[in-house]
Design a protein. Structure first.
Lengths: 135, 167
């Protein structure tokens, strides 16, 4: 059986390291969030079919990201996680992981693909928090 | 199926599951990719049964979700990719104990994990699948680095230990 030479091994590792670096830089550039400075006006909706609850309110904040605002929002229950803020409840309506109830974050009607700490607050946006069931 | 083989599948899938639970507190650092590649190197296509049993454990613990559909093809795909690369090595006259290569394979799998995972979301919402993948790309890079390092440093010793079981 032939074996790879040390040079071949180093070459493969170097190529892979270069790919990681390029993808890392590209990912960083793609995910750089454009934030707005100053006070933003936006809407917050909280919806829970389980609790027969719906509320909508107009808000304003100077925070850059939704997560920053939620940390100061009355009625929002949350905890810190490795991925940033993790929402556990609104107005006493708590998530229920045993029964697979969790709070989904939506921005202008679309499910968010990042946590609230990765969502920039934008003037006129609507942020909806809906209690969903099922992973 | 011989009892010895059945017991081995049960044991190795349990190790896979425990390895996942133990490292769950560190984001995107896992031993499943590493163990799946090693299992495939040692036991060949038997690894397909091992990852299937592991997927069943996940289903029992977490219940059904779209993520589980991803699991159904992601891990078997890694097994098949490993078998394919192993055969390519053999065709070139090389042995399978090239752990620099397996480190790159494991790292590449980590790097592609978000992409592969997002495929299950394509029929539901293609735009969501794309943004899910792109928004998690930095985590995929981290996943690739951790997979690469794990295989590079403990690949060979774990492979040698497991090889003794393959009688």
């Amino acid at each position: 059986m032939k074996q790879w030479s040390k040079k071949q091994r180093l070459l493969v590792i170097a190529v892979f390291a270069a790919v990681l670096l390029i993808v890392g830089v590209a990912a960083g550039a793609l995910n750089k969030k454009q934030t707005q400075e100053g006070i933003k006006h936006f809407s917050i909706e909280v919806v829970s079919e389980r609790d027969n609850y719906y509320s909508s309110m107009e808000c304003e904040s100077g925070e850059e990201f939704l997560g920053g605002y939620l940390r100061t929002m009355e009625g929002c229950e949350w905890q810190e996680s490795d991925y940033g803020i993790y929402i556990t409840g609104f107005e006493g309506m708590k998530e229920d992981t045993e029964n697979q109830y969790w709070w989904c974050v939506m921005v202008n009607g679309e499910s968010a693909t990042t946590g609230a700490d990765g969502i920039p607050l934008q003037e006129g946006d609507t942020y909806r928090f809906e209690l969903m069931q099922g992973w | 199926m011989p009892v010895r083989k059945m017991t081995r599948i049960a044991l190795l899938s349990a190790i896979l599951y425990i390895a996942k639970v133990v490292l769950e507190f560190i984001p995107n650092v896992e031993l499943i990719s590493f163990l799946t590649i090693i299992y495939t190197l040692v036991f060949g296509t038997e690894a397909l049964l091992i990852v299937t049993v592991f997927n069943m454990f996940e289903l029992v613990q977490w219940g059904f979700g779209v993520w589980w559909i991803s699991y159904l093809y992601v891990w078997p795909l890694l097994v098949l990719a490993t078998i394919f690369i192993k055969r390519m090595l053999a065709m070139g006259g090389f042995g399978k104990e090239e752990f620099a290569l397996w480190a790159v394979v494991s790292g590449s799998f980590g790097l592609l994990f978000g992409f592969l995972f997002a495929i299950a979301y394509l029929p539901v919402n293609p735009a969501y699948a794309l943004s899910y993948w792109l928004s998690g790309l930095l985590w995929d890079v981290w996943h690739g680095i951790s997979n690469f390092v794990i295989m590079l440093f403990i690949g060979k010793p774990v492979y040698l230990v497991l090889n003794k079981m393959a009688v």
